[in-house]
Design a protein around this ligand. Sequence first.
Ligand code: ZN
Length: 551
Amino acid sequence: MSVRSAVPGSTFLAAALAAAPLTIAAAAVIGSHVVAGDAPAAAETLAPAGSGLVVVASLSDPLVIWRLHPVPSAGVRLLFSEADLARIGLDQARELADRCSLTLARLRELTGLVPGAVQSTVDLAIVPEVAGLANTLPRDHDGLGRVGSAGIELRPHLLDLALSDPARWDAAVAHELAHNADVVAGTRFSSRWFVGPEPAHAWTAFVEGYLLPVFAREGDRTEGLPPESALAGAARRRQAGWAALGRPWSAIAGSEPGAAEPESLSADAQGGLLLELAGLVGADVVRRACALARAEHSADGDAGKVAALANHWSLALGADLSPWLIAHGWPVPAATAAELAQLPAWSPSVIASDDQAIACFGPGAWQLDLDEPTRLRIEVRSPPGGFAGWLTLDAGTWTARRWCLPGADTALTALLPAGLPLVTAREDGNLGTWLGAPCAVHIAPAPLWPPATPAPGLWQLRRDVVIASAPAVPSELAGRSDLTTRWWSSERGWVGTSLVVGGVAAPFALVTGGEATRIRVQWYADGLPAWPISAASIVPDSEPVAPVGVN
Ligand SMILES: [Zn+2]
């Protein structure tokens, strides 16, 4: 079969776009535009019934339509040109579709937001390069995701990156899906918290830095850094331009004279600040803050949005965040600050005086034999070139572990049992932690991240049922009483959870539908991802199926 990758837009398409609704099964929606519509004959010519092809249009300039091969995974279809699919092969295409599906599931799990209508399948089209036609997307864009749609376009160079730099592909997909999902009750979700010329990209800056690297525990896959390090780095990078200007609010709320790119500076500063805050309060608070913002339409205007941000995040945390926000330059309205002051105080940046201090230079371990609870100050000083590594505090009945970078704040609060006095602070580029209990201190160089999580074991019970078993609990998670395993199927998405009893995960039975299915498992703790998702075990097609149109 010979397939032309694309044909220029024509009058039938213009007519179809003027008309609703979609009437042909072989047509797809990309961006906000319905293709085919009243032009069944033309669509039938481009994507004959039974061909397995999908007609896709982009309304970018110049207008083009494509017929592409769908590779489905739960909730998504990844659409390839014939040449691209032949180039990477069906196995890789399915792996990529599965990753897109996972990204979509993460977005929903963290934010509660979904692209388009709730039940829509999201089409992700890799738009082909076509000789003689400019690409449909601007050269400096990796993709295009229209707000409120259930479909995105991705530039073809991303397909090569998907194999060499998967994090870049995942970030581009997360970015465009965040645009798709940036709508709630008919208004922009991003505009409930963010001000200035680019609230949509303040939101995507946060999603890109948080969703996969931190929430999904992927870390910085390109640099091989763990989630906490990835988060600290992203928060700092995003705020760098704003910090260089002295952190004026005017650079965020409007355009700062002299700033080269006021739009991206405004978006980056806000996204970066929220990344910093998210790192201090933890993923569960992020999830609850998103739920509050979905439920409550903020007042219009900058003051209303700043008040909404302070309200949602403080209520989600159960503590007053307005002093922290004000200290970081956010003009929280006085009335909001007064209301929130009724919540417990939250002051991770307060420096307390210390009774005893030690200094650790680089990797090493120190046993502190304190015979009574002592306020202890631990300071990690950076050798030339910078130090990055784990700071572990071990007091016998509990252990806290945190990734440290020189110049980055760290917060052990979430890891410690209630009642232990602890504050953290940044001092002249060094990291200080104050802990009110006897403890041992270990500082160790970073392991490579993400750690390889082996694929689950599978036993085919019946033609359409497999029993899956999780790999051994990672040593870093051993001993946690709140562990579960969550199971992923590329056909159905998250399919269930199994308990972990005595450090061993119960096996899990999955029903498969006959298509090739990728099964993965992820460790969760206290209802949140705790370790990177595993590699996939593949249940092959249970019956011979027709090839997907590659020839
Ligand atoms: Zn964008």
